[in-house]
Design a protein around this ligand. Structure first.
Ligand SMILES: [Zn+2]
Length: 142
């Protein structure tokens, strides 16, 4: 697993979200932050106003991307937060910010208990069904 590549993908996705925000609200955003360069916005800590303008889904994705980036830093990336099993490489390629292995993510009881001991329960539901379908389509028989 190429962590460096995954890290780049995560950062890329992160800046895409923030860039789309700055394009949609460029005047407003510039007025509030004084920054018009997307790279500067990415580099800086996201302000409360910036987060407020993001859609719920974008906010959740950013949150999960940040968690994934932290995991890469501390060496826990690619491990299921619930059962500790390694998450499949194909799954990570499809959703680099995924937090659970496929078994746990399909288990409603697991998700309930996972959510109840995580303050970020509302963020967990970011992993949309469409991603899973995509992942299944991408599966190559070995
Ligand atoms: Zn698991």
């Amino acid at each position: 697993m190429d962590l460096q590549k995954i890290r780049e993908e995560l950062l890329q996705k992160r800046s895409e979200i923030i860039e789309s925000l700055s394009n949609n609200n460029s005047e407003d955003l510039n007025e509030k932050t004084g920054v018009d360069d997307a790279a500067d916005i990415v580099a800086s800590e996201l302000s409360r106003e910036t987060l407020y303008k993001l859609s719920q889904a974008e906010r959740e994705t950013l949150f999960l991307i940040d968690i994934a980036l932290k995991k890469i830093e501390n060496g826990t990336y690619g491990v299921c937060e619930e059962c500790g099993a390694p998450i499949g490489e194909k799954r990570l390629q499809a959703i680099p910010w995924v937090r659970l292995c496929i078994e746990c993510s399909q288990n409603e009881e697991t998700i309930k208990s996972f959510s109840s001991r995580n303050e970020d329960i509302s963020y967990y539901h970011i992993i949309p069904d469409t991603f899973q379908e995509e992942e299944e389509n991408k599966n190559i028989p070995e």
